[in-house]
Design a protein around this ligand. Structure first.
Ligand code: ATP
Length: 267
């Protein structure tokens, strides 16, 4: 892949910033390389305190994620995982750096009640399809395919308030798939779920990737055991990705980090 070419032809962002002003130094490139779904180079993000001081959150953070795979993003509390995910989602603008992301992309929130808002499962999944000018049959077929991918087709007519947290997460993912999203950004979906729901959601994501054409997922988590489902993973520390690799190499890296930390505090 010709990365320099990928980053040269920068286009303006198509999604307006929600929380911070766009920086003239940040560039966005849309749909350049089919093998890569997400590519960030030297992303920086700072927050201004009330006193006017700039606090760096992301520091020259770089990452690269291949298309069609499930990747996980791990790291200690406060290292910048959610900030990075929000930048990828277009909810925050980097202070500087370059970003390439396939579109459409969808951000699935930790708390599904912030996302699954329509009265029934079918209404919720079809909500985003209004803009696509589909016939009623096409909408039904798209919704049913998306629900099937997350193992929720039997719940089509269910009122959403009767679903468990994990089932709501799966409905939120189905909504994103119905809109033909290419990149799923998933923010600590399993935090509030019991063990059965956790496994149900992660398997639903994995199955969605298998069932869909070229969908890529980035999954933020604290749970090392979830790495077994990952095609690859990123480990962040102090505002940047310090290691990128397959699930088991990241697992070994984190365990080595943990034991060196324990040795340090015991010595
Ligand atoms: N709006 C904000 N104002 C001030 N500091 C912020 C703001 N948003 C994030 N931070 C700080 O930026 C750092 C990174 O936060 P972020 O939420 O991205 O970390 P994280 O890795 O997702 O953490 P966790 O694993 O605890 O969810 C933290 O130190 C956090 O306190």
């Amino acid at each position: 892949m010709d990365l320099p070419a990928l980053f040269r032809a920068a286009a303006p962002p198509s999604i307006p910033p929600l929380h911070s002003a766009p920086s003239p130094r940040s560039n966005y490139v849309i749909e350049k390389d089919n093998n890569i779904a997400i590519e960030g180079r030297n992303l920086n993000f700072s927050i201004k305190t009330r006193k006017g001081d700039l606090v760096p959150i992301l520091k020259d953070c770089s990452l690269s994620i291949p298309s069609g795979q499930l990747w996980m993003l791990l790291g200690p509390n406060g290292c910048g995982k959610s900030t990075l995910l929000k930048i990828l989602a277009g909810l925050l603008n980097p202070t500087s750096g370059t970003l390439y992301l396939k579109r459409p992309k969808s951000f699935v929130f930790q708390n599904p009640d912030h996302q699954v808002v329509m009265p029934t499962v079918e209404a919720d999944v079809s909500f985003g399809l209004g803009k696509l000018n589909l016939t009623e049959d096409e909408v039904k077929c798209t919704v049913s395919k998306a629900l099937d991918a997350v193992g929720m087709s039997a719940y089509m007519q269910r009122p959403v308030q009767t679903l468990s947290g994990g089932q709501k997460q799966r409905v939120a993912i189905a909504g994103a798939l119905a809109e033909a999203c290419k990149v799923l950004l998933l923010d600590e979906l399993t935090t509030f779920l019991d063990e059965t729901d956790q496994v149900g959601v992660i398997k639903a994501v994995k199955n969605s990737l298998n069932a869909s054409d070229d969908v890529t997922a980035l999954w933020v988590t604290h749970r090392l055991e979830e790495l077994e489902y990952a095609d690859g993973a990123l480990y962040m520390e102090n505002g940047k990705v310090v290691k990128q690799g397959d699930g088991s190499s990241i697992m070994n890296f984190i365990e080595a980090r943990q034991s060196s930390y324990i040795n340090r505090i015991n010595s």
